[in-house]
Ligand binder design. Structure first.
Ligand SMILES: Cc1ncc(COP(=O)(O)O)c(C=O)c1O
Length: 386
């Protein structure tokens, strides 16, 4: 729901419990691009699921507590945050598992084509899986940076992230989809570093399939289940490789052969991790409760945090574009001994992460990070760099 005026960064901080700094105070927590901070509502939902549901309802919870329907219900809630109309998104399994299913299913939507075109700088799991999917399906894997991709009549699938996990560069998904579709290819987008950090318009952009983490900017908790999106126009032809029983049209019919559930439900695989799902259920209220800031405001506040950080930063090599249009949710700087600096910052109460060989990433999750936090991080980094 749109808010009446743009909120200040940190606008929902009282809805979170932040990790501790060594002195016992709240840390300056800038690792939300890796694992989001804990929403109080996620903890409440998890405890209620443990004490009131699992303990007291037991197996009947699959129906009586709505557990069975949760992957689709949460799918629609996450879908709404990435511009997907209901019925096209499902939550469950890890991003890696969802990605495997999406890549194979995408290839099967374009039989007879020979190439899987993937981002050369994709997150490792995306690269490793693209390589395995290529070997498994007989597709030829070709890699390049997203802006340099030239899909052609042989391209079956174009696999890209919305935001580069290292540099924090935001790619032009609209242009990528346009080029892919002009060549007749389908697009599989990894939204892990975009969902909850900025508005995404999957339906409007015409993205074909997408996956993403819910433990980063959506704050679903460690190992929170991922989501998968498939545009409705592909549902009838969707042929997933992981034909688990929960993706069956009649799972309790226990029939001999696998019959796909209607629509995106066929991407369900096994029994969903219900406690993690219910923690995510609580966490999502930060974004879709009636009083929640809308994602355009979250994005504006996140960019303001990045600007404050960049303005207060010493002379270091910033690898993230400064232009708002091309910046994701985090800012990365190139430094000598990134691991050592990361540990030294943590000792000073500033939690960030390092990515080899030489990057420090500062995540600006606007619901709980304040402008003071951003400036403190820049000041502490400056002090450490001398
Ligand atoms: C772009 C991207 N994809 C996938 C993953 C991880 O996937 P999984 O949840 O399977 O560990 C990450 C984790 O940081 C990521 O950044």
């Amino acid at each position: 729901m749109p808010s009446s005026s743009s909120p200040e960064p940190g606008f929902a901080r009282d809805r979170f419990v932040l990790p501790r700094a060594p002195d016992g105070s709240d840390a300056v927590y800038l690792a939300g691009n890796s694992l989001g901070a804990q929403p109080r509502a996620a903890r409440d939902a998890l405890l209620a699921a443990v004490d009131d549901q699992w303990a007291r309802v037991g197996v009947a919870g699959w129906e009586d507590c709505g557990w069975w329907a949760t992957p689709r219900r949460l799918g629609d809630r996450v879908g709404a945050l990435v511009g997907a109309a209901p019925g096209q998104t499902v939550v469950g399994d890890s991003t890696s598992v969802q990605l495997f299913g999406a890549l194979v299913a995408a290839g099967r939507l374009r039989p007879g084509r020979a190439t899987l075109l993937s981002d050369a700088g994709h997150f490792p799991t995306d690269r490793y899986l693209a390589s395995s999917v290529a070997r498994l399906t007989g597709l030829r894997l070709v890699t390049s940076s997203p802006p340099a991709m030239v899909p052609d009549a042989d391209t079956a699938v174009v696999a890209v992230p919305a935001v580069d996990f290292r540099t924090g560069e935001r790619w032009d998904l609209a242009a990528i989809v346009e080029r892919a579709h002009a060549a007749g290819a389908v697009v599989v987008a990894d939204l892990s570093h975009a969902v909850g950090a900025m508005p995404v318009a999957l339906d409007a952009l015409g993205v074909d399939l997408a996956v993403g983490c819910t433990y980063k900017y959506l704050n679903g908790g460690p190992g929170a289940p991922a989501f998968a999106y498939v545009a409705a126009r592909h549902h009838d032809a969707l042929d997933p490789p992981l034909t688990g029983w929960t993706g069956h049209a009649d799972p309790f019919g226990m029939t001999e052969a696998w019959t796909p559930a209607p629509g995106v439900g066929r991407l369900r695989v096994g029994t969903p991790p219900m406690l993690s799902m219910l923690a995510l259920d609580g966490a999502l209220g930060v974004f879709d409760d009636p009083d929640a800031a809308d994602l355009a405001d979250v994005r504006a506040a996140s960019l303001a945090l990045g600007d404050a950080f960049l303005a207060a930063l010493p002379a270091v090599d910033v690898v993230t574009p400064r232009e708002h249009d091309w910046r994701g949710g985090h800012v990365a700087v190139r430094v000598p001994d990134a691991e050592g600096l990361c540990a030294a910052l943590a000792r000073r109460g500033v939690v960030v992460d390092a990515r080899p060989p030489d990057l420090l990433r500062f995540g600006f999750a606007a619901p709980y990070v304040t402008l003071d936090d951003a400036r403190t991080a820049a000041r502490e980094l400056s002090a450490l760099l001398g």
